[in-house]
Design a protein around this ligand. Structure first.
Ligand SMILES: Nc1nc2c(ncn2[C@@H]2O[C@H](COP(=O)(O)OP(=O)(O)OP(=O)(O)O)[C@@H](O)[C@H]2O)c(=O)[nH]1
Ligand SMILES: [Mg+2]
Ligand SMILES: [Zn+2]
Ligand SMILES: [Zn+2]
Length: 366
């Protein structure tokens, strides 16, 4: 029986146990338009007032609407985790913008649709408006348990494209991947109140993005927050869940810090000095170059143990270096919108899509 995991409360329920809602025309009836269980559905599929119920179904746990596209289709869940201030929200804000723009063009008519009013509101209010209208950084993401700061929803999206080549499916077929992306709060890794929630995110995830703050790593901010601690916490949780087969992208954010000006963290011929292209497919060979480059860079900073831990734990992980803005924001808080120059932000997501088997890549899997 098809199980549906609610993206809001994570309740697992068989598809045919999802609740129904009366059409608004029932509001004048006794009891009004209401939510009802499948047991109350009449033999010919009508509501208790003999009208056709709304097409969308509801979670029996939290009562929130589940989009038809979500209930019906195969989808993947990506958990984005990392320390507070690692750059997760800025990354998501820029990534969605890029996928709707230049990257979408390059990857072969890729279109991104945010699914449902809640996702669209979440994106425009918390990410797009600050970054691309007001020129300021998004605020800290509220912790999962925080009531006072309001609701924080995952982004649900559909990526559709006709690939130029190497389609895993029929030529010219439109390939659709539905994703639920959780931009978690760095705070979730710390407070015990939120740990259960983090556990839920991770248990439901089919892919994980662990974000490490390159700026904090290079600044050696170990007294305050260890930028690698978040990786350890999440790795430990996934180990406890015995959830180790999923693809794990370990993303070094704010990589502009390591490549700016005369900084010699990466040499002039480094793959982290060139842009990725993904011209109609995911550039697997380029991505492996970046992976090896970062592995060597970690070792040169005495952080080889991180790599050994990841190797010993996950069957499939990959390093990425990205910069959402291309430079540090003024005073850490504001940017000139025309100066936002993202670097490699699409790499981790496109890699995950190849692992989900829904996007083409060049080269063989390693
Ligand atoms: N240099 C540089 N700084 C960045 C970049 N992206 C974000 N930052 C800085 O990092 C800060 C934190 O970014 P957020 O995206 O809010 O971090 P977060 O991981 O979502 O933080 P929480 O929501 O608290 O977990 C921003 O306010 C910027 O100052 C980047 O691409 N380059
Ligand atoms: Mg955030
Ligand atoms: Zn009714
Ligand atoms: Zn629910």
């Amino acid at each position: 029986m098809a199980l549906v995991i609610c993206p809001y409360c994570f309740r697992k329920q068989p598809r045919n146990e999802l609740s129904y809602r009366c059409p608004s025309s029932c509001s004048a009836e006794k009891g009004g338009a209401r939510v009802f269980s499948p047991a109350e559905l009449t033999a010919d599929g009508r509501c208790p007032h003999q009208r056709h119920p709304q097409a969308r179904r509801l979670c029996a746990g939290c009562g929130r609407d589940l989009l038809r596209e979500y209930v019906d289709g195969l989808h993947h869940m990506i958990a984005l985790v990392g320390a507070p201030g690692a750059g997760k929200s800025t990354f998501v804000g820029v990534l969605v913008h890029e996928l709707r723009g230049p990257v979408g063009d390059r990857f072969g008519t890729l279109a991104l649709d945010l699914l449902g009013e809640d996702s669209r509101m979440e994106y425009s209010r918390l990410l797009e408006r600050p970054l691309y209208r007001d020129g300021r950084m998004p605020g800290p993401t509220p912790a999962a348990g925080a009531r006072s700061t309001g609701r924080h929803d995952p982004l649900m999206m559909a990526l559709r494209w006709k690939s130029k080549r190497r389609m895993p499916l029929r030529a010219n077929a439109v390939n659709t991947t539905r994703l639920v992306l959780y931009d978690t709060a760095g705070e979730d890794l710390k407070s015990t109140q939120s740990t259960d929630r983090l556990n839920d995110y991770l248990a439901a995830a089919t892919g994980v993005v662990m974000m490490v703050d390159t700026a904090a790593l290079l600044a050696g901010a170990f007294d305050d927050v260890d930028p690698l601690e978040s990786v350890q916490v999440v790795t430990e949780q996934l180990r406890e869940l015995a959830h180790l087969q999923l693809p794990v992208a370990v993303v070094f954010s704010k990589i502009d810090i390591a490549t700016a000006g005369g900084d010699d963290e990466f040499g002039s011929s480094s793959p982290l000095r060139r842009a990725s292209r993904h011209d109609g497919y995911f550039d697997e060979l380029d991505s492996r170059d970046v992976h090896e480059e970062i592995r060597a860079w970690l070792a040169s900073h005495g952080l080889g143990n991180l790599d050994r831990t990841l190797t010993a734990t996950f069957s499939d992980y990959r390093y990425f270096g990205v910069s959402a803005l291309g430079h540090a924001p003024r005073n850490g808080t504001s940017v000139t919108i025309s100066q936002i120059r993202p670097y490699r932000v699409e790499d981790p997501l496109l890699w995950l899509l190849t692992r989900f088997g829904t996007a083409p890549g060049n080269g063989r899997r390693q």
